[in-house]
Design a protein around this ligand. Structure first.
Ligand SMILES: Cc1ncc(COP(=O)(O)O)c(C=O)c1O
Length: 435
């Protein structure tokens, strides 16, 4: 028996895959198979990318230095991030602080908001996922992600939430399938400004729970937050730095956030890293104050070296354009897969992040407390037979795809073929349930 506490995201006791290595866009499994890593939100360049391997070698020669000391190389990483990724946001961007992960970046952006506004409550949207530490955990409002204990065989023991969290309606979109609630967005969001009126921050992400960015939603929520005096934080942990086919998801709307949080892709997936980027206005408000927080390994030499290397690779290899090309192929293929499989109820996504939702029980009642793997995990297991790892984020009836930005057309076709194969299982179950 493993001495490592279970960490799998899929319900059930057995891990879906046993990974022993990684090469390009593929995982190497313990049985020798090389399978596509099809849901790798943290691995935009796949595995063992030569530039990232070199960056890690170089990092070993750097000083072992903690966050409290000035270090020239860290300053350069901040300059690179601002000059390269925020090049089109010169009138907005103020300054960056590095963190250890997306969760930590969200937690600290939220506590900074509380300190700046003097308010305690926070706001997010329905079905959000913002991480699993500190206030980020509290803002993760999917029922099966509470940070406590799921009792396999039934029940859960969530962790108490000391901070009030207001949950506003999410945008409802579908590139395939039907949305039941046809009310205009403004009507669905009526009263949001009042809901936000005592909150320190409104944290909005662009993909989680299969709910995707939409400019109108961003601009409506941003306006309401501004009027309510709530700081708007764009959680770009998944969508920032490439996956949305542009540097940031928020660039699709007219409004600009007070803060942007980053993680996952920031260090090319080769080192843990997170960041909070503040607007110029917020930096001006911080004049004569210091942000009283510290952690030994923030902006660690490994992270700094990898951040700089990743930004260079994205720029040099024109990966945003590449990401848009792959996304077009992926979207076309996904629509064809959806039409073929009656078990698919909805598909939505953009860029290189897509969600496939199956007919079945409502997500609001899913607590990931079953011993039997749910249908999404069983579809994922069947897709693996056909050569791809597809994630479910522990969901009961949905799967998500997020291939690396360095995927070839062939890789995308192989991933779609594996999904197609996996969905046959869901079709059979759907037909049996309907009979
Ligand atoms: C939108 C979003 N925000 C924050 C996080 C937390 O990032 P991490 O798990 O790297 O701490 C995630 C992780 O999946 C995420 O999807």
């Amino acid at each position: 028996m493993s001495r490592l506490l279970q960490t799998g995201l899929n319900a059930g006791k057995e891990p879906l895959v046993k990974v022993v290595g990684g090469e390009g866009v593929r995982f190497i499994l313990d049985d020798g198979r090389k399978v596509i890593d099809g849901s790798t939100t943290g691995g935009p360049l796949g595995h063992a990318h030569p530039d990232m391997v070199e960056a890690i070698h170089k990092a070993a020669e750097n000083p072992v230095i903690n966050e409290g000391w000035f270090w020239a190389e860290r300053e350069k990483a901040a300059e690179d991030l601002i000059d390269i990724a925020f090049a089109d946001e010169k009138s907005w961007v103020g300054a960056v602080r590095f963190f250890l992960s997306g969760s930590e970046a969200n937690d600290l952006a939220l506590t900074l908001s509380q300190a700046m506004t003097g308010r305690t409550p926070l706001a997010t949207r329905e079905r959000a996922y913002h991480g699993m530490a500190g206030l980020a955990r509290q803002m993760t409002v999917q029922p099966h992600w509470h940070g406590g204990l799921a009792i396999q065989g039934g029940g859960s023991r969530p962790v108490p939430n000391p901070v009030p969290v207001r949950v506003i309606p999410a945008p409802l979109n579908a590139k395939y399938g039907v949305i039941d609630d046809k009310r205009p967005l403004a009507e669905r969001l009526a009263g949001v400004e009042t809901t936000l009126s005592d909150t320190a921050a409104t944290l909005i992400d662009y993909t989680q729970g299969g709910i995707y960015y939409d400019a109108a939603y961003q601009d409506l929520v941003a306006d309401a937050a501004r009027k309510a005096g709530s700081l708007w934080i764009a959680d770009e942990v998944v969508t920032g730095l490439g996956r949305s086919g542009r540097w940031f998801g928020f660039q699709g709307g007219k409004t600009r956030p007070d803060m942007v949080t980053l993680g996952k892709c920031l260090a090319g997936g080769s080192s843990p890293a997170g960041a909070v980027v503040l607007s110029k206005d917020l930096v001006a408000e911080l004049k004569d104050k210091s942000w009283q927080t510290y952690s030994t390994f923030r902006a660690h030499p490994m992270a700094v070296s990898c951040i700089r290397a990743y930004l260079r690779v994205v720029q040099r290899d024109k990966l945003l354009a590449r990401s848009r090309d792959i996304a077009e192929r992926l979207e076309k293929g996904l629509m064809a897969v959806a039409q073929k499989h009656p078990s698919v109820s909805r598909m939505d996504g953009f860029g290189l992040h897509w969600t496939v939702e199956l007919h079945g029980p409502d997500w609001r009642n899913w607590y990931a407390d079953t011993i039997e793997p749910p249908v999404a995990s069983r579809v994922a297991a069947r897709a693996l037979e056909a050569g791809a790892v597809i994630g479910t984020s522990g969901e009961q009836t949905s799967l998500f795809l997020c291939p690396p930005m360095v995927s070839t057309d062939r890789d995308i076709d192989d991933l779609l073929a594996a999904l197609d194969h996996g969905l046959e299982l869901a079709d059979d179950e759907y037909a049996r349930a309907a009979a």
